[in-house]
Design a protein around this ligand. Sequence first.
Ligand code: F6R
Length: 259
Amino acid sequence: MRVVILPTELEASNFAGQFIADYINDNNNPVIGLATGGSVLLTYDALISSHKEGKLSFSKTVTFNLDEYIGLEPNHNQSYRQYMKKKLFDHIDIDQNKTFIPECFDNNFDLACSHYENEIKKHGGIGLQLLGIGSNGHIGFNEPTSSLQSRTRVKTLTKNTLSKNARFFESHENQPSLAITMGIGTIMEAKNILLLGLGKHKSKAVADVIEGPLSAYCPGSVLQNHQNATIVLDQHAASDLKLYDYYIQTEKMKSKYNC
Ligand code: F6R
């Protein structure tokens, strides 16, 4: 696990943006897994800037989002399809037919989930998966005690997640309590993983992910078992790490010896 700690949210997000841009530029048919929520917004801004500066094209990129609420049509203002359009897709040169987000129109959830898994396979698997982290340790919408082998399926959101995400909904809007999410097993098959943790309110979850026991109670801790996982943090999110100085030193050595 590589742990990169940077002073500010902006620097951490710019690092994540550059990491994704490098992956896209270095691969002929990049398949990127995307997340929604607050943590990834500055990263998407960085990708949009790189595109506008002519340094990055998404014309060959295929994307798979982690999750989508059940009960919201894709054109609903609060759907993750609309989030992705507003925050990224409408500002870059991606073919939106190549952007996949779990969808279920007719309540045939099993079919929708297996279809999503098949689409990922058909595209050769996810090359780089971007993740945020829930303050309860969830990745995607894999809430605590999710099976570490789980595949794409329907999950019930915890009270914690519902209350944290309530900020995105107007008081008159109905906030769904179910979502389709890639499973932890699905996420772990990505060839590379980039998890972004920002802010003091994430510091405990971040410490559990990196230094805690591997446990379904903190789903993100499964990344300890991934061979190419990079965790990018601002200093507040990193503030509960016991080996804080070690991670800083390791990155210094990495750039000094280019290894
Ligand atoms: C969103 C997702 C979630 C978020 C997590 C953190 O697609 O999969 O796991 O990454 O809930 O959300 P924020 O960034 O809003 O704190």
